[in-house]
Design a protein around this ligand. Structure first.
Ligand SMILES: *Cc1c(COP(=O)(O)O)cnc(C)c1O
Length: 431
């Protein structure tokens, strides 16, 4: 038995499924999750000493690669001065300034401790501000694990949502409407029926939690227009896309002004974080100024602020995104060629340094139904073949691959070799 297997057995006795977050388990691909103990740059090292090229990157935060010296140093220096004050701290202003500077639609911000907490709080704020109850979300978008948003479109009637988890009170989701991603007609229909009760539309401006699904032209603009017409708020959940697909997030790339934005992942540099912000007149409804209550013992923790600030400072290097995105585009184009060569049906979606391989015969993947046309057997085969060759991918067909600035030419070329081998030997046998 490997050391990793021993740990997994031990973990399973103490934690449900041996993990503290279900995406880490190998439920979607079979086999056992691997225990890692070190990470540097683009590589992870497991407890048995095997090195893997990492395309999970902490599920998003590690855009600089692992253990970037500037980030580690900032954390160490800050920690020496104290870990948790429960009082205001100057670094909170520094990180807020940095974020507001890059995302001018955020006029005021509040730091929290996870993306889940950010979307939970932002919905309360939207309801408190508009005095309306309904929230409109999209099937396949993930906004964290709180009750109101763990819903999917019910079968048949569009308007009746069903929870995607047990343990959720039907009362809590009765105000959540669900539409198909990239389907403006459905949104328009829901607005015409419920418009004056919809507090907000919450959307991942590039969906990253059903694999990478970018918005079709006009979709985000259409949402903005509908929200304006019905005086509902538009919330961009940029927990993944913020500082990922562009420095100013998807709102900068697509030039759309959301009323509120949620952030997380990258802005904490690898430590737990979330944040939400936007229009000043809305944000001033938050306690202690306003009547919408929201609080957190560890919110704005100085060590987290230091890690986030050090990370965001690196992203301001000229050409950072151009280089990262160009490299990812090169990788994606080459994978497309390899799939053609091996005659494997494949759609690859890319947005900046995010991409997903959908093993499908569909011509495009634009929403959850398209995503579900993927051949899961092909993905499993691809995942395990890559793992064997020392490449660690997200253990699910419905995730993005994350490229970091530590993924250099050597890493990209190695990845392409491994994919070539996988496509020509493994996958052609099952297609
Ligand atoms: C990861 C994610 C969240 C949840 O963030 P956590 O820190 O895991 O709670 C929310 N929204 C989006 C778009 C995410 O990708």
């Amino acid at each position: 038995m490997s050391l990793s297997q021993e740990y997994y057995t031990a973990a399973g006795k103490r934690m449900p499924g041996g993990v503290n977050s279900p995406v880490r388990a190998f439920g979607g691909v079979g086999g056992e999750p691997i225990f890692f103990e070190k990470a540097k740059g683009a590589y992870l090292t497991d407890v048995d000493g095997k090195r893997y090229l990492d395309y999970v990157c902490g599920w998003g935060p590690m855009i600089l690669g692992h253990a970037h010296p500037a980030v580690v140093k900032a954390i160490q220096e800050c920690a020496k001065e104290g870990l948790c004050f429960g009082t205001p701290h100057p670094l909170e202003i520094a990180l807020a300034d940095k974020i507001i500077d890059c995302m001018p639609n955020i006029e005021m911000i509040r730091m929290v401790n996870s993306g889940t907490e950010a979307t939970l709080s932002v919905l309360r704020l939207a309801r408190g501000y508009t005095k309306r109850q309904k929230i409109l979300k999209f099937a396949g978008c993930y906004h964290g694990h709180h009750d109101a948003l763990l819903v999917q479109a019910g079968s048949g009637a569009l308007t009746f949502s069903t929870p995607t988890s047990s343990g959720i009170s039907p009362a809590v989701i009765q105000d959540t409407l669900v539409a198909q991603y990239n389907n403006l007609d459905e949104v328009s229909d829901l607005f015409s029926r419920f418009g004056d009760t919809i507090a907000a539309v919450i959307v991942e401006p590039v969906a990253g939690n059903m694999g990478c699904v970018p918005p079709v032209p006009g979709f985000l603009h259409g949402l903005r227009k509908l929200c304006d017409r019905y005086e509902s708020l538009l919330i961009f959940d940029e927990v993944i896309t913020g500082f990922r697909i562009a420095k100013g997030g998807a709102q900068a790339l697509y030039e759309i002004k959301p009323d509120l934005t949620t952030l997380g992942k990258i802005i904490g540099g690898g430590l737990p974080i979330g944040a939400f912000g936007g229009r000043k007149d809305i944000m001033e409804h938050l306690a202690p100024l306003g009547k919408v209550y929201q609080a957190g013992t560890l919110s704005g923790n100085p060590v987290t602020m230091a890690a986030g600030l050090a990370t965001l400072n690196q992203l301001s290097e000229p050409d950072f995104y151009e280089r990262l995105n160009t490299r990812t585009t090169y990788l994606v184009n080459k994978i497309t060629e390899l799939a053609k060569k091996a005659e494997i049906p494949l759609v690859i979606n890319q947005a900046g340094s995010l991409f997903t391989l959908f093993f499908t015969t569909a011509s495009t993947v634009q929403h959850l139904e398209d995503v579900h046309t993927s051949n899961l057997a092909s993905f499993k085969c691809y995942f395990h073949a890559m793992l064997k060759q020392g490449i660690y991918l997200g253990p699910s067909a419905y995730e993005c691959a994350f490229v970091s600035s530590s993924h250099g030419e050597e890493e990209i070329e190695y990845t392409l070799q491994a994919i070539d081998k996988t496509f020509s030997t493994f996958l052609s046998s099952i297609k």
